[in-house]
Design a protein around this ligand. Structure first.
Ligand code: HEM
Length: 419
């Protein structure tokens, strides 16, 4: 097999600024320009291979060819992920830690999460009835913070709620940022880790009792493959790896409300006989259509050839998530919001990858995908059947450059009435 095909090369000494100025479109724009599913660029001072599409995702999730160690810049660990967490592990250490997360994702635990969330929606809606206008994005993040803490067994005082929500949200908001937004995320991480380290210690010393099924219990008492408890810091990082992404679902809830508003014909489907089936398709389409996680990185373990292109050991490889979910080769009319497309979707783990792809247990695919889907469905059912609200005039556009993005107005709703 030939192994010397030239990978199309993006011009420039370093292309990091272009990533920041084009955001979610940086990779798709280049894949179109080169008419290819692969190109190289210089990012943060190193040569990277950038790939997109289903075949590329299949390659990226081949654990024998790629590792995560050394792939993600340290600044991302200091804000979004936390140092020592599951995202940076490989092989047996990763599989063992991942099992800790997946063990929390039982049907029963997901049912309980839905129950907590429904309860929080009821409380929130009653409060909203008394207000003239509500900023839905902030309200959804706060609701998800309450749900996350209740579900994970994390005690939360009412007076803490605003700051804890703000901090968990700031870590998410920092991921594509430089400057003040990044610094806010970093500070939010140190405050959150301090808070959660204290709670892990209290669980371990018996100062607070928590149920065995909860994430806080499981993180506090998890043992590594050598039989040792995780350090208090690592246990805190992993518990935050549960709380923070549950708060992140607030973004998808906000985009769901935007989709309901911009496609009013979809609303009535939630009242039909197969409302659950429709909600499933709608939620999948929200996760496909609206931008959230843009791309992922991994490092080549040892030299290999793919489609005639040489991948050298140690090279950074970036997989395009947003572009793969909008690839015209995979999705008919990809820039149209059309939930029914999921009726015929084959369920491949490599073409629809808003939360990563591949295998949950062995690979790095998002541990919370089922929770995300169910939390979004619960929220949509509440929004379409339990309350009425109006969406006043506002700027609902969202930037394709800011990562992560959100509608400019952060989605205001008004005149909420519980039915
Ligand atoms: C807004 C919803 C969410 C989005 C967009 C999202 C996105 C992602 C993405 C893109 C990855 C990386 C996959 C990879 O590296 O290959 C990931 C990993 C992960 N997610 Fe999520 N996620 C969400 C919700 C959740 C929830 C609700 C939880 C847990 C309750 C969760 C827990 C995790 C964990 C633990 C990992 C690391 C998995 C590993 O490295 O093995 N996520 N997520």
């Amino acid at each position: 097999m030939t192994s010397n095909l030239q990978i199309p090369q993006e011009e420039g000494i370093d292309n990091t600024l272009a990533v920041l100025s084009e955001g979610y479109q940086f990779i798709p724009n280049r894949l179109v320009k080169f008419n290819s599913n692969i190109f190289t660029a210089r990012l943060l001072g190193q040569q990277a291979i950038i790939i997109g599409g289903k075949e590329a995702a299949e390659l990226f999730y081949d654990e024998e060819r790629f590792q995560r160690k050394g792939a993600v810049p340290k600044r991302v660990f200091k804000s979004l992920f936390g140092v020592g967490g599951v995202q940076g592990l490989d092989d047996a250490a990763h599989e063992h830690r991942k099992q800790l997360f997946m063990s929390l994702m039982t049907e029963e635990r997901i049912r309980y999460l839905k129950k907590c969330l429904n309860h929080q929606w009821e409380i929130a809606a009653k409060e909203w009835e008394r207000k003239r206008k509500i900023e839905l994005f902030a309200a959804a993040e706060e609701m998800m913070c309450r749900t996350a803490c209740q579900w994970a067994g994390v005690p939360l005082w009412a007076k803490e709620l605003k700051q804890r929500t703000k901090d968990l949200a700031a870590m998410i908001d920092a991921f594509g940022a430089v400057g003040p937004r990044y610094w806010r995320g970093k500070q939010a991480r140190s405050r959150s880790e301090h808070w959660i380290r204290g709670l892990i210690l209290q669980v371990r010393t018996g100062k607070i009792f928590v149920h065995e099924d909860t994430a806080i219990y499981q993180m506090a008492w998890h043992r590594d493959p050598q039989g040792d408890l995780l350090s208090v810091k690592t246990a805190a990082v992993e518990l935050i790896n549960i709380l923070r992404p549950i708060v992140a679902i607030g973004r998808f809830i906000t985009f769901s409300v935007l989709a309901l508003h911009q496609h009013p014909e979809t609303r009535k489907q939630f009242l039909e006989e197969d409302a659950d089936g429709y909600a499933q398709m709608f939620v999948q389409e929200v996760r496909r259509f609206y931008p959230f996680a843009p791309f992922l990185g991994a490092k080549v373990r040892h030299d290999f050839t793919w489609n005639g292109y040489a991948f050298k050991q140690g090279t950074l490889v970036i997989l395009d998530l947003y572009g793969t979910n909008h690839s015209p080769a995979l999705w008919e009319d990809p820039n149209t919001f059309y939930p029914e497309r999921f009726k015929d979707w084959g369920g491949s783990p490599f073409d629809f990858i808003p939360q990563g792809g591949g295998d949950y247990d062995k690979g790095h695919r998002c541990a919370g995908e089922w929770i995300t889907i169910e939390a979004m469905k619960t929220s949509l059912q509440f929004l379409t059947t339990r309350i009425e609200y109006e969406v006043p005039q506002q700027d609902l556009n969202y930037s394709m450059v800011r990562m992560p993005t959100i509608p400019k107005s952060r989605l205001m709703i008004q005149n909420v009435k519980v039915k």
